[in-house]
Design a protein around this ligand. Sequence first.
Ligand SMILES: C[S@@+](CC[C@H](N)C(=O)[O-])C[C@H]1O[C@@H](n2cnc3c(N)ncnc32)[C@H](O)[C@@H]1O
Length: 341
Amino acid sequence: MAVSGKMASFRLPPLPTIGEIIKLYNLRAQKQLSQNFLLDLRLTDKIIRQAGNLRNACVCEVGPGPGGLTRSILNAGAADLLVVEKDSRFIPGLQLLSEAAPGRVRIVHGDVLAFGMSTAFPAHTAKRWEDEPPDLHIIGNLPFSVSTPLIIKWLEEMADRSGPFVYGRTRLTLTFQKEVAERLTASTGSRQRSRLSVMAQYLSTVNNCFTIPGRAFVPKPDVDVGVVHFTPLVKPHIQQPFKLVEKVVRNVFQFRRKHCYKGLEMLFPESQRLGMTEELLRRADVDPTLRPADISISQFRALADSYSRLCRANHTLFSYDFREELRQKRQRHRQTKRERR
Ligand SMILES: C[S@@+](CC[C@H](N)C(=O)[O-])C[C@H]1O[C@@H](n2cnc3c(N)ncnc32)[C@H](O)[C@@H]1O
């Protein structure tokens, strides 16, 4: 009983509904900012339950908009909530919420893609902590337009282990288009397995918690939405620079229906392709006839390690970009055609 009494003090006082906030501030949704709002607070509470215990936690919410999810975060007891919103029209409504939860809300008007999580949460970024900081939760009903570049950026920070994206400090609960959520969590051998599945699972434990039908949003998007929970791995598989691993994975999935040999070949300049690809597969002990979707995380790790060793032995390799080679080839081809005419 004492616990529920204490929790009650976290709860927000009565406020206008989200629908009323939208009307009051004339917040017509803008398509270019992927604005699809959740007005049903039972649904936002359900998303927040996936994040775990938010009592006294630090939270960063991406794209609070009219503030439905924000209210659920505050009602769950977050002590320090930082919201990052690009559209200035939402700021007055967010200020209203901030007044209803004094000292618990920080508002940043800006683009989350340019936002430095380490600067905003220095206690979670410090190499050694004087006092154990409370959990940091990153939560957002993400705008579709930025969700993939954003998760790639954060995975890269997980790989660095320099910022707060480390096991035991941070957890992420985010929404994605349903198909992207399925890709993020697709296991080895699954049809949805992609570059995104491998990179996310290389660095974190990923769970596709539940699907929200498109009709739950206002305005209704053309797609359904998946709620995905990420926990950074205690010991990430990553040993090589993120960009190198990503390059190997991207090349392999470039030809997703072919044997992996085809994509791996493209890591090397044409003149060295045959010998180098065979050497890479031999060193990594990976079967060249495997399809990209059937390669496990540990096999990708072996491929990245072997590619890194080959790069070190021949330091021109890593900067090699087969797409540039392709572009030049096409250009030469067009030139020859023009000359023939
Ligand atoms: C899908 S809506 C979610 C709004 C609200 N959280 C909800 O659940 O109803 C996405 C929100 O992200 C904001 N947004 C879009 N691009 C952004 C960016 N690059 N940085 C920060 N916020 C962004 C939009 O203005 C919008 O408020």
